[in-house]
Design a protein around this ligand. Sequence first.
Ligand code: SAH
Ligand code: SF4
Ligand code: F3S
Length: 464
Amino acid sequence: MEKLTYTHDAQAAAVIASVYQDAPPLAYVHSFGCQQNVNDGEKIRGVLMDVGFGMCDNVEQADLILFNTCAVREHAEQRVFGNVGALKKLKEKNPKLVIGVCGCMAQQQHIVDKLRKSYPYVDLVFGVDGIDRLPAMLAERFRRGKRYLENPKARNAVVEDLPIRRDSGFRAWLPIMYGCDNFCTYCIVPYVRGRERSREPEDILAEFRQLVEQGYKEITLLGQNVNSYGKGLENPIDFADLLVRLCEVPGNYQIRFMTSHPKDASRKLIDTIAAQPHLCKHIHLPVQSGSDRILKQMNRHYTVEQYHELIEYARSKIPGVTFSSDIIVGFPGETEEDFQKTLDLVESVGYMQLFTFIYSKREGTPAAKMEDPITREEKTARMDRLLRTQEKIAFASIASLVGQTVRVLVEGAGRLEGTLNGRLDNNLVVEFAGADTLIGEYAEVRLTGSRAALLLGELADTQN
Ligand code: SAH
Ligand code: SF4
Ligand code: F3S
């Protein structure tokens, strides 16, 4: 693994300044996909600002439009093509406009070929490892006066010290590792994000301390499989020990992390969550399927029984712990019997939140070659059944919390005028009346009711 450090590219900044002599250029950056990608988007903004760009949130005003894309499902890719297609008219009106596509989609040759051939107004294409070179690529685009499209290549580096423009002043993403080595048979991520590589604990700690000093109240550690953190480092350290080191930093903050792969979630990790007050008592533990046969074909390396044992152990050690999960419906060859096992698992675990996806075939993955006789209609019907099962259980367990007084982090305005949304430690959301000045702060809220997945509450009188 290669460790690189970002440095300001003065030459590129000069080229960009000479192109936009009348007024500083504005960039519109939109990220699709997972939190890792959102965090990359924040770095893209930081790098662009480092070379003279301002930011805007309207494509009409932008001199540079950049889509930071996701490839995990076909639908995500279609949305990007739709968004890019809609820019054609804008480009005709303003030929100086630069349109770029980056991120996970741009790591696939067939996508780059399609952009090259069918989207001639796209000027700039680069993959997930290109963020630090963005100024140089833009300069190259201007110097040559023609499109700059990079073919996918895996550089597999860790780049430190990238400038960053964070979306929020109180919640931050902190990647601890990049890439994935698990090769679940349905998943494109290992192909687009490259090999798993961990950041040095000292680099993570330095960023973490800075966030705490800046007053961040919630820091979410990111990795495709945080439980395998530390492998391959010169001085290997495991995820639980990293958490302990982070929790030693004094301050008023909470830590979340995602994603935990069940095959690598250790009892030590659960003991650590139980012991550390800074760690939220919520575990996102994607199970994907409740059938051992399907789990095997997915290459997930755990059984339903092992998964249950983990959940039981966590319940015995962490009072009030909640779980959320991802489930794929309609994996190639999933029978009614397999699906029924998924329903059973969902019922017995009682997830508070569930993210469900209909299987999407990804070219180049092993599952793409598996026979998939299940019709789209059948998959959609199973998805509906799964959602109904989940809701029945989740809504009841959410309602059972009513009466408690809980600490929440106030995230923003609620749906109704004068209300706010706060997130509980267990990741549920409560709506309550309160002033905007509370946004970004912790508040004590009494839970007074619930509507579907949303809790309702009122500010508790903290004087008593
Ligand atoms: N690394 C994480 C998740 C990464 S992708 C993990 O292992 O849990 C987020 C979710 O997208 C996955 O958990 C999975 O449920 C879903 N997903 C991934 N590939 C998919 C595909 N080809 N079709 C449908 N859903 C998919
Ligand atoms: Fe994809 Fe599996 Fe890696 Fe998650 S662990 S990113 S599902 S290959
Ligand atoms: Fe999508 Fe890439 Fe994340 S494929 S889910 S944005 S790692």
